[in-house]
Design a protein. Structure first.
Length: 255
C-alpha cells in the first residue's frame, strides 16, 4: 500500500510530502501521520529545515476530507489537524511550505503554519468553507495577524480564490517563482538556511515565535534574554564574529 505521507531526510533537511495526488486531500490517517512525524522530527536537535510539499503539480493540498466533517468525526479531525499545525508553529527548525497549484481550505491553513511559503506563480489560494456551511478555525486564528483582518475576512466570508500575486501582496506568500523554477528556488532557499549555524537558527526561531505570540514588550524581553543567556554562550556566535573580523567564511560547529 502506498504511503499517504513520504518522509525523506538528507543531512540537516527533512522533507514531508503529502502523497495523495492529484489533490493531496488530508484525511484522518494522513493528518495523524503528519502530526506524528512532525513531533518526531522536532526532537532531532540537528535538523535545520523542514520542507512540506504536495505530490504532483496539481495541488499542495485541497484541504481536509469533506467526509471527515461529520458530527461523529469532527472532534477527531480538529484534534489531529490543529495538533499538526500547532507542531509546525512550535517547531524549532525552519519550516518551508512549497506550494504548486491549488492551496485550498485546510491546505492553505497548513501552509500558513510554516515559517516560509514558496509558491509557483500559477498557485491559487482559497478558504471556501463558507460555501459548505462551515468555518475554518485555524484561518480565523492565524490570518488576521498574518494578512490583516480586512483581507482575512474578505477571503473567508466570500470563499473566493486569490492568485499567487495577491497572496504575495497580502504577505501570505514569502517567495513567488515561475512554476518551472520551484525546485531550483527551493534548493537555493534550503542552501541559504542550512549554511547557517543550527543553534543560532533555533534561537532566532524562538525569538520570532515570541514576536508572533506576545506583546512587544514581552517579545523584546524574551529576545534580550535569549541573546544574553543563550546566544552569547554558543561557540558559533564567537566563530561568526571572529570570521567576520578575519575576513574568512565561518566554520560552524553547530554548538
Amino acid at each position: 500500500m502506498t504511503s499517504k505521507l513520504i518522509v525523506q531526510r538528507q543531512e540537516r533537511v527533512a522533507t514531508l510530502t503529502l502523497n495523495r495526488p492529484p489533490l493531496n486531500i488530508l484525511d484522518l490517517d494522513t493528518l495523524a501521520q503528519l502530526r506524528h512525524e512532525l513531533k518526531a522530527l522536532d526532537e532531532d536537535e540537528q535538523l535545520a529545515a523542514l520542507v512540506l510539499r504536495g505530490a504532483g503539480e496539481t495541488a499542495f493540498s485541497a484541504g481536509v476530507a469533506v467526509e471527515d466533517h461529520t458530527r461523529e468525526l469532527v472532534p477527531t479531525m480538529l484534534e489531529e489537524f490543529h495538533g499538526a499545525v500547532r507542531c509546525l508553529r512550535q517547531m524549532k527548525s525552519v519550516s518551508i511550505a512549497v506550494v504548486r497549484g491549488h492551496c485550498l481550505g485546510g491546505g492553505m491553513e497548513l501552509a500558513a503554519g510554516c515559517d516560509i511559503v514558496l509558491a509557483s506563480d500559477d498557485s491559487r489560494f482559497a478558504q471556501p468553507e463558507i460555501e459548505l456551511g462551515c468555518i475554518p478555525p485555524l484561518a480565523t486564528a492565524l490570518y488576521p495577524n498574518r494578512i490583516g483582518p480586512a483581507k482575512a475576512f474578505d477571503l473567508m466570508v466570500t470563499g473566493r480564490t486569490a492568485t499567487c500575486d495577491e497572496a504575495e501582496r497580502m504577505g501570505f506568500v514569502s517567495r513567488q517563482v515561475p512554476a518551472a523554477d520551484v525546485d531550483s528556488e527551493l534548493d537555493r532557499l534550503v542552501d541559504q538556511v542550512t549554511s547557517k549555524s543550527v543553534p543560532v537558527l533555533r534561537l532566532l526561531k524562538r525569538a520570532m515565535q515570541a514576536g508572533r505570540d506576545r506583546s512587544f514588550d514581552e517579545a523584546l524581553g524574551e529576545s534580550e534574554r535569549l541573546y544574553l543567556e543563550e546566544l552569547i554562550e554558543t561557540q558559533d556566535m564567537q566563530e561568526g564574529l571572529a570570521a567576520f573580523l578575519e575576513k574568512r567564511p565561518p566554520d560552524w560547529r553547530h554548538r
